[in-house]
Design a protein. Structure first.
Length: 115
């Protein structure tokens, strides 16, 4: 294998991705838990998430659910009321004119006016 050794082994990458998806912990918090930079966790999530998405889910009865339609049909037939979490996370931005907030165009440059 060429290049530097990965700082997170595959199992840690999968666990970090599952923790991110299940708990909604910020990437920076997971990075602090694993003692790595946040970009390492972000990269791990980006690589593991498609692998998890490519797998289907098996119910306790052994039925394989491949699509959202399969999940909803299974839930309906078993009296389960599915719930989709559509919540949003609020992000706090610095106040206008305070340090840490940049203007569009950055460094005092003005954006060109649309024609």
């Amino acid at each position: 294998m060429a290049g530097p050794k990965p700082t997170l082994v595959f199992v840690d990458r999968v666990l970090a991705t599952l923790a991110f998806l299940r708990t909604g912990l910020p990437v920076t918090a997971l990075a602090a838990l694993y003692g790595v930079h946040r970009s390492t966790i972000d990269r791990a999530i980006g690589r593991v998430r498609p692998l998890l998405a490519g797998r289907d889910y098996a119910t306790p009865q052994g039925v394989r659910l491949h699509t959202l339609a399969d999940v909803l049909a299974y839930a309906h037939s078993n009296g389960i009321k599915p719930r989709i979490d559509g919540s949003e996370l609020q992000v706090r931005r610095p106040q206008a004119g305070k340090p840490g907030r940049r203007r569009p165009g950055g460094d005092g440059q003005r954006l060109p006016r649309p024609a």
